[in-house]
Design a protein around this ligand. Structure first.
Ligand code: GDP
Length: 201
């Protein structure tokens, strides 16, 4: 596996956009519905079990969590979207902050969109793919929790999702993944590491 992300360190958590680190260098964002496994994915990618907190209470840790793996190169765990139990006021706040982040963040070069393989391509997931494609950002979909399915169910879910993605974007890649078992972590890191190089060129 690429060792690049192993050096990740926690940088800061932001409740609001203006509390984020200076908008320079490069970063990629991890987006997904609450409970899809964003935190577990970042832990698997960085080989650091406790780096991003894994919350048993979705919606509680609603912050932009930023990690740095090299000077000016960051991973950003976006607040989970679409969790029904979050109070309306908080949901609106996060919707506004995420929108503002996506529209304005100059250092953002790509997004990893994490879905539960059993419930892929919800509305917000589709919007995110569409938006990333239109904005010329790199994008990659993780069908997480693949350990919950049999090999054949997994292959079928991948095929269906790839087709649905292709209808929206021809630049978005997709893989099956298990953050829990770190299955697919090599493919993930080999997919996103070159983004930083390409964006630099
Ligand atoms: P987040 O809200 O998107 O950051 O999700 P978390 O990383 O906190 O994970 C939510 C729950 O899903 C936790 O109980 C995790 O242990 C579980 N989880 C995350 N990834 C996987 C996976 O690949 N397989 C399984 N079976 N469970 C997972």
């Amino acid at each position: 596996m690429s060792q690049l992300f192993n050096r990740s360190q926690y940088l800061v958590s932001a409740y609001r956009y203006d509390q984020l680190p200076e908008d320079s260098g490069m970063e990629i964002a991890f987006a997904g519905r609450s409970n899809a496994g964003k935190s577990t994915t970042i832990n698997a990618l960085t080989n650091h079990k406790g780096l991003a907190k894994v919350s048993k209470t979705p919606g509680r840790t609603q912050l932009f969590n930023c990690f740095e793996f090299a000077p000016g190169q960051r991973l950003v765990d976006l607040p989970g979207y679409g969790y029904a139990k979050v109070p309306e006021k908080m949901r609106k706040h996060w919707q506004k902050e995420i929108d503002h982040y996506l529209m304005n963040r100059q250092s953002l070069i790509g997004v990893v969109i994490i879905m539960d393989i059993r419930h892929p391509m919800k509305d917000f997931d589709k919007q995110m793919i569409h938006w990333a494609h239109q904005s010329g950002l790199f994008s990659h979909v993780l069908l997480n929790k693949a350990d919950k399915l049999s090999r054949s169910q997994m292959a079928k879910a991948l095929q269906i999702t790839q087709k649905a993605i292709a209808a929206i974007s021809d630049s978005t890649t997709c893989q099956t993944f298990s953050a829990l078992r770190k299955e697919g972590a090599d493919v993930l890191s080999q997919t996103i590491a070159p983004w930083f190089q390409a964006a630099h060129d």
